[in-house]
Write a protein that binds this ligand. Sequence first.
Ligand code: NI
Length: 168
Amino acid sequence: MAILPIRLYPDPVLLTEAREVTDINGELQRFIDNMAATMYHAPGLGLAANQVGDLRRVIVFDVAQRDGSPELKVMLNPRIVACEGEIIHNEGCLSLPDCSAEVRRHRKICVAGFDREGKPMEIEAEDLLAVVLQHEIDHLNGKLFIDRLSRLKRMLFIKKLKKQAAAK
Ligand code: NI
């Protein structure tokens, strides 16, 4: 397993919509293992393939690791099929270092997709898990959490991130 470099804003791959996974093969399985290793190493609660420079619709996530009992979840081609309620949660992102903001999202969602073997799966998620899933699915659509903020707040973050990038 390898730790993959995490792409940082304004890398264009973060702003690009990912494509459906169609080939389930050994290379994909190795890639998923590397994504998981990268997420745990960061550490983060979730990771989308764009964040490591790959435009396939793959996400890995694990909110159970917070209680010290990691339980890796993998989803291919995830899509939200139902949602209700509203939650405001303070979000950060591995691709936007040192930024966090309150983001408004659905409190409860149902996500349909496929497991790493290509078997159809569905997840009913609420609260933190629902937030993480919406955040990662946004990544696959080339969207970042700052895109869900007011224009003014977004501009402030973009300014800060550009400054950070220039300082490197
Ligand atoms: Ni993120």
